[in-house]
Design a protein around this ligand. Structure first.
Ligand SMILES: Cc1ncc(COP(=O)(O)O)c(C=O)c1O
Length: 420
């Protein structure tokens, strides 16, 4: 198929994510998006099963979000956040504080998920430094976890399962151990803390679902155990809700399902409804209070150039409106039921190891995938945008997806997997 001019002339200059450029399967040329559809330059239309890494939770080009961004664009696309404040950011901070559980009410904006996690780690470390404690600067993180691609976030992601094995020798040393989810892992976790707590700043975890690590689900008891352990040893508990936040697991935030309030929470992805890059690191009052001082050196030492970008904050405010105006949590429950029913036939397909659903996340885990590129190609030929990774085929559709499109997604997954 011929490619448009902009593709032919620009592709030799682009470097793609997680891609061996020498053997790359050329990406599809996209012309535009609408609702839950991706329209290709050659006119084909794909039903999107993953909502652009689960950001576009209300579907693409949502008119309410578009209008909010357009209005903001006229007023002020950007202004620095040092020494200046603006309505979209302060309104968003107030709304996030009101939505989040407990006293998670101090919001620091950044521009990507990884940076939000970097800020959380820095916040937790400086929390101790500001109190004169210089020994607590390492973190406990979990196997299967993923927190981003920057140096510090790689260091708290699973070194084996993640994409970062290569950098092992270069990364700061933290402790990546088993989640305390059964008798023996709970015992090991407790013993670990008893031995190392004095050197730890905190614990970082993706609550309920470890996403990029393999769409691994675990239950609320592990989160409760983490909260109790953090309290016992006076550790800061960081929930990375960049994937799970804004309804994806069935409650607005995954921490709500467990009734656990973390000390710091990170948010991004669906924050702007998939429109513009924005992230937030939100701290509880006791964390913020450790920075409240007459000493300038106790200030949080971070400040990205594009932090709190007004367009992105306007998009996020409009996205929160959608959660208020539309029955999103009910839709997520419906999607969960449809994913359960629609993906159930996969259980009878040879080579399928597990089928699982949590909220608007449907996962088919295979024993192995022989040819990932071939599988991706089959999905495209069948008219859906589904991107399997490792041994996982997953669906994380927009919450606004119609029953027909959702049925098309699950049916296609079943049919394609039957054929490989
Ligand atoms: C749980 C989690 N944390 C952090 C990140 C990193 O976010 P970003 O890609 O915006 O840097 C991701 C991205 O997939 C994620 O799923």
């Amino acid at each position: 198929m011929t490619k448009p001019d902009w593709y032919e002339s620009g592709f030799p200059h682009i470097w793609l994510p997680y891609t061996q450029m020498k053997t790359v399967t050329p990406p599809l040329a996209v012309s535009h998006t609408h609702d839950t559809r991706i329209v290709l330059d050659d006119g084909r239309e794909l039903v999107d099963g993953i909502a652009s890494w689960w950001t576009a939770c209300h579907g693409y080009n949502h008119p309410h979000i578009r209008a909010a961004v357009a209005t903001q664009l006229e007023l002020m696309p950007h202004v620095m956040f040092g020494g200046l404040a603006h309505k979209p950011a302060l309104t968003l901070a107030k709304r996030l504080a009101a939505m989040l559980p407990g006293d998670l009410d101090r919001v620091f904006f950044t521009d990507s998920g990884s940076v939000a996690v970097e800020v959380a780690l820095k916040m937790a470390t400086q929390y101790w430094l500001n109190q004169g404690v210089r020994t607590r600067h390492t973190f406990v993180a979990f196997k299967g976890g993923y927190h981003g691609d920057t140096i510090a976030t790689m260091a708290v992601s699973d070194p084996e399962e993640g994409m970062h094995t290569l950098f092992g020798g270069l990364l700061p040393k933290h402790h990546v151990i088993d989640l305390p989810r059964d008798e023996s892992s709970i015992k090991a976790f407790d013993a670990f803390l008893a031995k190392h707590a004095d050197t730890l700043a905190g614990i970082i975890v993706e609550p309920l679902v470890q996403g990029a690590g393999g769409m691994l689900f675990y239950d609320i008891n592990a989160l409760r155990h983490l909260r109790a352990a953090a309290d016992r040893y006076d550790l800061l508990l960081i929930f990375d809700e960049i994937f799970t936040g804004f309804g994806r697991t069935g409650t607005m935030f995954a921490c709500e399902a467990a009734g656990v309030v973390p000390d710091i929470i990170t948010l991004s992805k669906a924050l702007t409804g998939g429109t513009l890059p924005l992230a937030a690191t939100v701290a509880r009052r006791k964390v913020f209070e450790a920075f409240w001082s007459d000493a300038a050196s106790h200030a949080l030492m971070h400040g990205p150039t594009y932090m709190a970008n007004p367009l992105a904050c306007a998009a996020a405010n409009a996205s929160l409106d959608m959660f208020e105006h539309e029955p999103r949590l009910a839709q997520i429950a419906d999607i969960a039921a449809a994913l359960e029913t629609g993906l159930a036939p996969c259980r009878d397909i040879k080579g399928v190891k597990d089928v699982r659903v949590k909220g608007a996340i449907g996962v088919v885990e295979l024993k192995h995938i022989d040819d990932l590129n071939d599988l991706k190609r089959r999905f495209i030929e069948a008219g859906v945008w589904v991107r399997p990774f490792n041994k996982i085929v997953y669906l994380t559709p927009a919450f606004s997806i119609g029953a027909e499109d959702l049925d098309m997604l699950t049916t296609t997954v079943v049919e394609v997997l039957k054929k490989i």
